[in-house]
Design a protein around this ligand. Structure first.
Ligand code: FAD
Length: 342
């Protein structure tokens, strides 16, 4: 039995930062993650994608952000159960919890913080016949290493942040980038839309909107895609390319957590955002992408904020008789933590 103060389910950026905030309060953390490595979506889906909205970092690769978070929590020596999925939770008489993984590892904690992100995720695929024939042969639903596309002709489809950010990044890597979206307007950040427009003016990106990719052609690998312009004439065009990357987002699946008796809305866990991100079960919190409340934004910086408030509340729950006075980390360290890496 692994025993800790806060058991964190999910080693994404939110779960990792929670370890730091808990450490400042001298609370021990243990993290479970179904994936073999920490970092959540950042490591699994887009390690080489730049992120532009982490405060203090004009640009940081998702993988580097995870490395930095791991360095930041090193002094607090969290425990890890990696490659195992949290499967069941049992509430004990004293209000603590036992969480058991699919491999039978048991964890005992006074507080459970679910930072499960999207749970187990599957990319949304376009409706095109025989997609499987081209998967990993030029067709990809996520970019793991942009170097795979160096000097290649790439067609990206989608209208969200991912499609925009990757088009911007690949404009300097690929020999040709065509961005196709079925609407005129994009769902992604305004700044990214403006960057794409700049690159279109510089002939570094070809933007085709409104349009859709209807088919893929090629002998054993992607050689071209068939595009339909969504204008009155419904004009068809063949675009020769080496890679087709539809970035339509992820279909979220909460997994076993959905059966833990927590209030769920639209595949996410409802929390009290007026106070501490606690769920309807006292002692179980939900932070980061996994939770929902009015105005929720699925952003890394929002997860950091939620993790911070969760830790303050967890401290009160674990030590109901102690009064905690918040101090800045710069004021001679906090609770003995002086910022040094041991
Ligand atoms: P996640 O990163 O999803 O991590 C959750 C972890 O929980 C996963 O590792 C999962 O394996 C684990 N888990 C789930 N259920 C269980 C279980 N039962 N047992 C064990 N482990 C479990 N955000 C930004 O702020 N800026 C950006 O530029 C940006 N770009 C993005 C680009 C793409 C392509 C994508 C997909 C997302 C992007 N995001 C961006 C969103 C950002 O990645 C998420 O907001 C962030 O990862 C959420 O962190 P998290 O720790 O809450 O969850």
């Amino acid at each position: 039995m692994i025993t800790t103060d806060i058991l964190i389910i999910g080693a994404g950026p939110t779960g990792l930062f929670a370890v730091f905030e808990a450490g400042l309060l001298k609370l021990k953390c243990h993290i479970i993650d179904a994936l073999a490595q920490p970092g959540g979506q950042c490591s699994e889906l887009y390690p080489k994608k730049p992120i532009y909205d982490i405060p203090g970092f004009p640009e940081v690769l998702a993988g580097d952000l995870v490395d930095n978070l791991m360095k930041q929590i090193e002094p607090f020596q969290p425990g890890f159960t990696l490659g195992e999925r949290a499967e069941t939770i049992e509430r004990q008489e004293d209000g603590s919890f036992i969480v058991t993984t699919n491999k039978g590892t048991k964890h005992h904690a006074k507080v459970v913080a679910i930072a499960g992100g999207l749970g187990s995720f599957e990319p949304r695929k376009p409706i095109i016949d025989c997609l499987e024939k081209y998967e990993d042969k030029g067709l990809a639903y996520m970019i793991k290493d942009p170097e795979d596309y160096r000097g290649k002709r790439v067609v990206i489809a989608g209208g969200g942040d991912s499609a925009l950010d990757w088009s911007i990044f690949l404009a300097d890597v690929a020999s040709e980038v065509t961005l196709v979206h079925r609407r005129e307007e994009f769902r992604g950040a305004l700044d990214s839309v403006e960057k794409v427009e700049e690159l279109v003016e510089q002939d570094k990106i070809r933007l085709v909107t409104p349009a859709e990719i209807l088919d893929i052609n090629g002998e054993g690998k992607v050689e071209s895609v068939l595009l339909q312009h969504n204008d009155e004439a419904k004009r068809m065009e063949v675009i020769e390319c080496d890679a087709f990357i539809p970035l339509f987002g992820l279909a979220p699946k909460l997994g076993p957590i959905a059966d833990w008796g927590l209030e769920i809305e639209k595949n996410a866990i409802k929390v009290d955002n007026t106070l501490d991100y606690q769920t309807n079960v006292p002692g179980i919190y939900a932070i980061g992408d996994v939770n929902t409340y009015p105005g929720k934004l699925k952003l890394i910086l929002c997860g950091f904020h939620e993790a911070t408030l969760m830790c303050q509340s967890a401290y009160q729950r674990i030590f109901p008789d102690k009064r905690y006075v918040m101090k800045y980390t710069t004021v001679g360290g906090v609770n003995g933590f002086d910022g040094s890496r041991k």
